[in-house]
Design a protein around this ligand. Sequence first.
Ligand code: NAG
Ligand code: NAG
Ligand code: NAG
Ligand code: NAG
Ligand code: NAG
Ligand code: NAG
Length: 859
Amino acid sequence: MSRRWSLAVAGVAATYLLLVGLVVVVLLDLLLCEAAAEIESTNSTVRDSEIYVVVIEGDPVVNYNGSLPGLVATAEFYSHAWRAHHHSSNVKDAIQKYKNYLSEKQDQLLKAFFKSQEYTKLYSYHHLLNGFAVKLTAKQAELLEKTTGVIAIQKSYKVKKTTVHTPEYLGLVQGIWEEEGGPEKAGEDMIIGIVDTGIDPTHPSFAASGGHGGQQHMLYTPLPNFRGICEVAEEFPRGSCNGKIIGARHFAAAAIEGGAFNASLQFASPLDGDGHGSHTASTAAGNHGVPVIVDGVFYGNASGVAPRARIAVYKALYRMIGGFIPDVVAACDQAVADGVDILSLSLGPNSPPGASSSTFLNILDLALLNAVKANVLVVQAAGNGGPYEKSMTSFSPWVVSVAAGVDDRSYPNTITLSDQTVLPGIALAPPTRGDRLYGMVLANDAVMGETNALYTPSDCQEPSLFDPALVHNRLLVCTYSFNFIFGGSTMQQVVNTVRALGGAGFIMVVESDIAGSKFDPIPLPIPAIVLTVTSDSQVLLGFYDKYTEKDAHGKPILFGAEVKIGDGQIARCSGQAQQVALFSSRGPDVADFQFDNADVLKPNIMAPGYLIWAAWSPLAIDNLNYMGQRWAMISGTSMATPHVAGLAALLKAKNPLWSPAALASAMMTTADILDRNGKPLLAQQLSGGTTPLLEPATPFDMGSGALNINAALNPGIVFDAEHGDYIGFLCASEGVRAWQVNAFTGGVCPRVAQRAADLNMPSITLANLTGIRVIPRTVTNVANHPENYTISWTDPADVVVAINPTTFSIGIGSQKTQVITFTLRATRISSFVSFGNIMFKGSLGHTVHIPISVINKQL
Ligand SMILES: *[C@@H]1O[C@H](CO)[C@@H](O)[C@H](O)[C@H]1NC(C)=O
Ligand SMILES: *[C@@H]1O[C@H](CO)[C@@H](O)[C@H](O)[C@H]1NC(C)=O
Ligand SMILES: *[C@@H]1O[C@H](CO)[C@@H](O)[C@H](O)[C@H]1NC(C)=O
Ligand SMILES: *[C@@H]1O[C@H](CO)[C@@H](O)[C@H](O)[C@H]1NC(C)=O
Ligand SMILES: *[C@@H]1O[C@H](CO)[C@@H](O)[C@H](O)[C@H]1NC(C)=O
Ligand SMILES: *[C@@H]1O[C@H](CO)[C@@H](O)[C@H](O)[C@H]1NC(C)=O
């Protein structure tokens, strides 16, 4: 299997040169695996076994329809109508009985397979999948796959946090809560399940009082419908679940079996030792109005998007090691069993998981399909593989895949030279004291005695290299070299050096713009600035040379170059519209492991994901810039995802009966595609230089557009879909067989095949338009009054679109839906991607839009 994979990937490498960066990584991974597998296959000991997720016949809990004697149907308990009864003892009893039945069947199958041999079963999955995680040798896996009753088997693969190491700020959303009764109510009683690195229960964002200084009326009351539990451990004591945090568990069996887990490093409890889980949880549902303070500096108040929603924590990612898919699936299985409303996944596979012919049939996506069936909206990070095309690590139409946007906030600063030259730079650092100038001393000029080969003096990492008398009360000039990016040099150590020598602060210059572009504006407790542009650095160094007198041996004797540094801790908002972040993964979506294009739009929506301030764990050790801090400003599609999860909670609190597809549609169709001046939003692309190129953003960059919170709360019409529609989609997907769909989902393929593109998504995506295609969509009125709509549109290049009808009246009750057909005709053969847009304008002010994407056109 892995061999086929690497061939497929190599084929792609030839075709998609742009993907080179991504493919090389994938290939390296694969070659290592393959080499290891070959060596091991000659010696079959238990040591060779690996973890597999195995799916077997029999409906999981969310699908079970009551066809077995003595076992009550459980599927309906997850429908809207039943959710309120979820906590009743009859329901619990029925679920437990069916779970026990499934466990028994699983064990029977395993016992029969292993005969008298021992085996290690790591997890039993019941809710989303009927299956288990078990250790198998490659040979055993091959045999088990052919065993009667086994539907699918997939080797464990790793997933990672989708953060990038560039800091970011929180796009604090203003005025979004009015409709929900203010921040005291927004998202009330919704439960957001966070599958991540755990949580810091002592963080003020998660305080039981709900912010606002702990007023009594803000206390969180118990939610009887939630069935989750809270693990207790020494480092996660009783009381950690406080009403805001209502459930907390950890899933580490696969990490432990993988030999990567060390309880004193990763914590065998829901405690967040990484920071990432606290960050994402607080972005989605952190309390309102919690001051962000780092090193005594106030950076503003933080709030989750749904400040009154509750948080259920499912820890399945671990600091330093990331996560393993059997743990992640177990976490999702439990979250749905517990009754979360929304599942937020700021994680993705390291590369597309290669176990099946279709991306949509990978184990995680199948589990998530059933989560959606159980009325849980699933939001997942798009991935950080951008700006290369086809770099998505979130694939399926039942999942909302979130791209990361760069918002308009920045922390600009300047340094003023005594000759009045002003140079730009950054660093979240205080200004030099008083309204006076300070002398500069170059690190290399302040070196005392012999230099130690271990350290480059210009990195300013080692105080003992320098003469304190020369640095005292001056600004030390250091170089932001690649040692700060790939080596062990840190800004914190520069601070320590300057403090040890009694310096007034420091200035970082760069030797290359590339190094400068990798600098994140991180909080520093002493006056400092980083000149991120080489030419500015040269101006500063020229100024230093001009005013520094040296003796005959080149030793400086008079430091006449004087400067002052401004305040770098003040955020400026340019008013500029959100841009798609360079690192944000791009479409088109891939249908299979030949990297064929899918008839599905990915990503789906963009939310702020660059320099986002949110909660951090003081125990975190992976990010040197925020060691010991309670707040961090970081970037990634990981950070964008919980914004969407939070908004979904607001929407669902307002519209408890909306399906996951309706919630997703409301967010997508109301997303912004234009800036305030009516110009298209822009996407960062590679430029060859350090400042990214900006090009009009396409649906393959940002999906439907930038999340517009206010508009999403009132869409007027939605594109709804239910489980059966996803089954129809799977049946129609290339490389997916009807028996697979039936085996995996229990669903039966319709006699008259639909086409994948016919799935009622709020987008139209065709990977290969041959001649004419007619694509239906159904809109559902979710406003409580009739409305007249008019459709207008723009054709993609080389395609003519006809729409019927172009105006319609939509009612309420039995009249609340309208079918519309879109006829797309290729007018010219072409293989470049082209995009169009369809607008629905209602007579009562509602406006929604859906993007069209067409890749190949044949006549
Ligand atoms: C298999 O590996 C074990 C442990 O590494 C070693 O002791 C044994 O000799 C090997 N057997 C064969 C057939 O290579
Ligand atoms: C219930 O599910 C079983 C197995 O998936 C199927 O054979 C049966 O037809 C279903 N019955 C109903 C009433 O849907
Ligand atoms: C686990 O980590 C601790 C702390 O770093 C270390 O002392 C210990 O040796 C580690 N244990 C194992 C089994 O690696
Ligand atoms: C931050 O929140 C506090 C209450 O927690 C409030 O008093 C203060 O005015 C807020 N500051 C800003 C800048 O919004
Ligand atoms: C598109 O479809 C046509 C007709 O089915 C086929 O000949 C062609 O190879 C397809 N192109 C791609 C790129 O899949
Ligand atoms: C819709 O159009 C009809 C016919 O023109 C008109 O009578 C009706 O008032 C309109 N309804 C709304 C809600 O605009």
